[in-house]
Ligand binder design. Structure first.
Ligand SMILES: [Fe+2]
Length: 192
């Protein structure tokens, strides 16, 4: 795990885990997906001046308020509302007001299929789209917003990663388990 943002990932999981309604460890909207979104977003942001804290918070919060693994059009809005609560409670403490607003905007709009936005928003959305292979969908090269995510080899490698197949890149995501360090957290037994 990238050392500089490790504390953010643990803070995010500590907040998300007790209330997450879906399958955290292995579901299509759980930790493996969030880990790959974080990985893709770091690659997308490599050439840009982006606060790495935004990428970590986006990856581990954007699907945290899903009510189901199917169509759930309001989950991005709920994720942004959740982030506002975390900010008020002092859990999200690294982001300046402008960066926090951008994080919320990226989450609010990520579930609506948007392609129009500035480069930062497009990168967050493409990081999510590049992982569509986990549900059997290979992104069409015309679908992502950014030149990086439209590249054939990027889509191919991302799809292989999502499917759990070997891919051509040396660099690959480390799936954050987060479960052992957080095992002391109390969970709502009515939720998985
Ligand atoms: Fe997602």
């Amino acid at each position: 795990m990238r050392e500089g943002c490790k504390h953010i990932v643990y803070k995010a999981l500590a907040a998300v885990r007790p209330q997450f309604r879906l399958h955290l460890a292995g579901g299509i909207h759980g930790l493996p997906h969030w880990s790959r979104v974080w990985f893709h977003d770091r690659a997308l942001a490599a050439a840009a001046d982006v606060d790495p804290a935004v990428l970590a918070w986006f990856a581990f919060l954007h699907d945290s308020q899903r009510h189901n693994d199917r169509r759930d059009p309001r989950h991005g809005h709920r994720a942004a509302d959740f982030a506002v609560r975390l900010k008020k409670d002092g859990v999200i403490s690294e982001l300046e007001p402008a960066a926090f607003e951008r994080l919320c905007e990226a989450m609010r709009l990520h579930s609506d299929g948007h392609t129009e936005g500035d480069a930062a928003l497009q990168a967050r959305w493409d990081a999510d789209r590049l992982d569509l292979g986990r549900v059997g969908t290979r992104p069409h090269p015309a679908r992502p917003c950014t030149p990086y995510a439209q590249r054939g080899h990027v889509i191919r490698n991302a799809t292989k990663m999502a499917e759990g197949r070997p891919c051509g890149t040396v660099d690959r995501p480390v799936v954050v388990s987060g479960l052992a360090p957080l095992s002391h957290l109390k969970r709502d037994p009515s939720r998985r």
